[in-house]
Design a protein around this ligand. Structure first.
Ligand SMILES: Cc1cc2nc3c(=O)[nH]c(=O)nc-3n(C[C@H](O)[C@H](O)[C@H](O)COP(=O)(O)OP(=O)(O)OC[C@H]3O[C@@H](n4cnc5c(N)ncnc54)[C@H](O)[C@@H]3O)c2cc1C
Length: 311
């Protein structure tokens, strides 16, 4: 009770939700409660939050749009730091500055308004720019890293700029994973608005045709096997006849075997059990897959610069 009071007092000045229902903040719609969700408005507030959490020995987890995070049914015993309010956007010719919290849907609309083309392939992916940079997200042969000029991060609680060549962009990975990403400067190309809209419609249609967009999911569960990029987990899962396999309310999507969907009321236990089953079946045919999604357990600990603790 005493500690609860202290926490409320130290976080008083920040926008926050106490005992937040995490299922509302993941596109999988799964998760228990976290003690706090904090919404810093700027870098000063963010660094202050990390300082407080360090002193109070409170666990923290940085959240983008929650489209790749599986929260625990038991919640998270700490503070979730949402970067939603890092939503700045400005244009300088064909270069744009985008805050980490801007989601790709809004970003594509803004870019179209400014007649800037390049990211239309990402239209429809429910990610924030920060989360997308974190994993160097991509599809249809494109990756976000290809458009980056520089990224601003929080390194040991201090902001610093990292040039593109030091970002370590690789297939679904980046060297940015040890930092908090604050925003990035991207380079695009001028194009007519109507063409940009056409491209956006094209890619959105392609996604809707091939992915289970009507059910909660986290996108592809597994990465393509690094040692053999031809080995596509989704195709193998399909070949093994595992589409539609269910544990509890979690199901291997019948539309795209790389996705696990929540058919209504799935628990994190259902989803993890299904992931483990797929991993076992793939192992049986000699394929060792790496997870693309992030699983945040109740007791996982993350502090700025030490994030490999739960990955
Ligand atoms: C329907 C659907 C379709 C998808 N399609 C694709 C696709 O085509 N291509 C693709 O690559 N992915 C796809 N995804 C997966 C997902 O959108 C990406 O992994 C995305 O990069 C996650 O971004 P996010 O903002 O939601 O991150 P979150 O899920 O919030 O977080 C993911 C990880 O990034 C970290 N993180 C987030 N923001 C920051 C930050 N600012 N600084 C430091 N760390 C941060 C978190 O701590 C966490 O470890 C899809 C997901 C869904 C649900």
């Amino acid at each position: 009770m005493f500690f609860k009071f202290i926490y409320i007092f130290v976080f008083e000045k920040f926008e926050k939700i106490e005992m937040v229902d995490l299922s509302q903040y993941s596109t999988m719609k799964v998760g228990g409660k976290a003690r706090f969700m904090l919404f810093p408005k700027n870098t000063d507030e963010l660094t202050e939050i990390f300082d407080i959490c360090k002193v109070m020995d409170m666990k923290t987890f940085v959240l983008g749009n929650g489209s790749n995070v599986l929260f625990d049914d038991n919640g998270f015993d700490g503070a979730i730091v949402s970067l939603k309010k890092f939503d700045s956007f400005s244009v300088d010719g064909e270069d744009v500055w985008v805050g980490a919290g801007v989601n790709l849907f809004a970003l594509n609309i803004l870019l179209k308004e400014h007649e800037l083309s390049g990211l239309e392939w990402s239209f429809g992916i429910p990610a924030s720019l920060g989360g997308f940079l974190f994993i160097n997200g991509g599809c249809f042969g494109h990756e976000i890293g290809d458009f980056v000029l520089e990224v601003v991060v929080l390194d040991d609680n201090r902001a610093r700029t990292i040039g593109k060549h030091d970002c370590g962009f690789a297939y679904r990975s980046s060297a940015l994973q040890k930092y908090v990403i604050l925003g990035a400067k991207l380079h695009l190309k001028h194009e007519k608005r109507a063409i940009i809209q056409q491209n956006m419609n094209f890619y959105l249609k392609k996604k809707r045709e091939s992915q289970p967009c009507d059910l909660p999911s986290l996108g592809s569960v597994f990465k393509v096997v690094k040692s053999n990029p031809e080995v596509h987990p989704a195709k193998l899962i399909d070949k093994l006849g595992l589409k539609g396999v269910k544990i509890g309310k979690a199901e291997v999507s019948t539309k795209h075997a790389g996705f696990i969907v929540n058919t209504g009321g799935a628990t994190s236990k259902d989803i993890l059990s299904l992931i483990e089953l797929l991993e076992e079946k793939l192992r049986e045919i000699g394929v060792f897959v790496e997870r693309e999604i992030v699983v945040l357990k109740e007791d996982d600990k993350w502090t700025s610069g030490k994030r490999d603790l739960w990955r």
